[in-house]
Ligand binder design. Structure first.
Ligand code: ATP
Ligand code: MG
Length: 429
């Protein structure tokens, strides 16, 4: 006796991509790979699971991600503390160190795939989401910082996006941040009354993070806080100027946002975000910056680096606002048949059509012509190829054009010798 089974649902905040909408994903992935190849970036794939300490060390203990968003668990089989990656950079840096790939030259790499954060699900915020992550490892900049930003400008152009703007800041170097930190803590102490619980908890451990707050009641306090930017020395300013000049050369507009600090600890010097007003509250499509200390922090030989991550769900949402997404056709040719013998012949012909590069579905099972035609139409195929009793007897096939542009003098339905099928279909598919 089968026991009753309680239906299983997807985990909250984790979405399925169904066949009708996956075309939009595949199109974007394809575009992204070509765009990255044009700048010499190569794909890198790291595991979804990493040791928890990689992220606590890499991202920083006092950050939203590490404090409350990670999917961490003990692997009971060997008692290891593991975490589903909440971002790509730490894993890419670990792999870079472990495989010594910066040994003889810097590397331009990218990764694409799911990341996991236990956040409150809403539009543009999920628990499994996807990132396009791009890292330039071993480059000091500022040329490469600018290259990354200019690259992103090109991607928006390729995708036809207009309502997306760039915000830029510099976080300087460790010594400058330390000087600012003292001033900031003093300021936060004077403004304790408006700080929320999280801010009070972080004001001594990670005061800069307090400025990254989304709490509306703290915005004015944050806007008036001492600016890290005002503590930058000549070298940091020169680096920032180098980035800005190159953005000007490329005609990339930006606004300076002294409050932009990013949600992870590892950044220094250049930080940036691309934001839009078209997606409601979750308007940051891409965030990135320089992280010259991270490779050393994670045990590698010191090397500078800079990178960014794009949120794919938000990007796709933005894309579908400028262009209605369309489901991809299932095939170019749909084959209809009327008997067991015709089905077998159709399967053989279909292999020949596939040899010629066509995509083909052979109707599965036996059903009436009418319902097979309905399926053919719903598949989005350009042509239906029909093998009935007459066709089988005479070695022909009937082609019914479902969507092909009308050619002068060509019927919407024609019967042709099976040997001519490839040539005829190739003319119009
Ligand atoms: P936010 O301020 O929106 O929380 P973040 O600073 O945490 O973003 P990053 O860690 O910089 O985001 O991640 C890079 C990009 O990934 C973001 O710009 C955004 O487009 C996307 N992203 C971040 N969190 C989520 C999420 N929970 N669901 C979907 N996309 C996300
Ligand atoms: Mg976040």
């Amino acid at each position: 006796m089968t026991q009753s089974f309680k239906k299983v649902h997807a985990i909250t905040g984790m979405k399925d991509v169904l066949p009708d909408s996956s075309a939009q994903w595949e199109q974007l992935e394809h575009t992204v790979r070509q765009w990255l190849a044009a700048y010499g970036y190569r794909n890198m794939r790291t595991p979804v699971l990493e040791h928890t300490r990689l992220f606590t060390r890499g991202i920083g203990e006092v950050t939203d991600i590490v404090e409350k968003e990670m999917y961490s668990f003990t692997d009971a089989l060997n008692n290891e503390q593991l975490t589903m990656r909440p971002e790509f950079t730490a894993g890419i840096v670990r792999a870079t160190i472990e495989n010594n790939i910066l040994y003889d030259r810097p590397q331009r790499v990218y990764a694409m795939g799911p990341v996991f954060r236990h956040e409150k699900p809403q539009r543009g915020r999920y628990r499994q989401f996807h990132q396009i992550d791009v890292e330039a490892l071993g480059f000091v900049g500022p040329d490469i910082d600018a290259e990354l930003i200019v690259m992103l400008g090109r991607l928006w152009k390729i995708l036809g996006l207009q309502h997306i703007r760039l915000e830029l800041n510099s976080l300087g170097q460790a010594a400058e941040r330390a000087a600012h930190r003292d001033a900031l803590i003093a300021y936060l102490e004077q403004n304790k009354a408006v700080l929320d619980e999280e801010a009070l908890r972080r004001m001594y451990t990670n005061p800069l993070r307090v400025l990254d707050t989304k709490n509306p009641a703290m915005q004015e306090m944050a806007n008036n806080a001492p600016r890290l930017f005002d503590f930058l020395g000549a070298e940091s300013l020169a680096h920032f100027d180098g980035v800005r000049r190159r953005l000007d050369d490329a005609g990339i507009a930006y606004s300076l946002n002294p409050r932009l600090v990013r949600g992870l600890d590892y950044y220094n010097l250049t930080v940036f975000e691309w934001v839009t007003d078209q997606l409601g509250a979750q308007g940051t499509v891409c965030g990135g910056g320089r992280y010259d200390g991270l490779i050393e922090l994670l045990g590698g030989k010191p090397a500078p680096a800079v990178g960014f991550a794009i949120g794919m769900e938000r990007l796709l949402d933005l894309c579908s606002q400028s262009q209605e997404p369309q489901a991809a056709p299932e095939c170019q040719v749909y084959m209809i048949h009327q008997s067991d013998a015709a089905q077998r012949q159709a399967s053989q012909l279909a292999e020949q059509l596939r040899d010629a590069g066509l995509t083909v579905i052979v109707h599965a099972g036996s059903s009436g012509f009418k319902s097979q035609f309905k399926r053919a139409d719903a598949s989005g195929a350009v042509a239906a190829v029909i093998l009935g009793g007459d066709e089988l007897a005479s070695g022909t096939a009937s082609v019914k054009w479902l969507r092909a542009p009308a050619h002068e003098g060509q019927e919407q339905q024609q019967t042709i010798p099976q040997g001519h099928l490839v040539t005829e279909l190739k003319k119009r598919v």
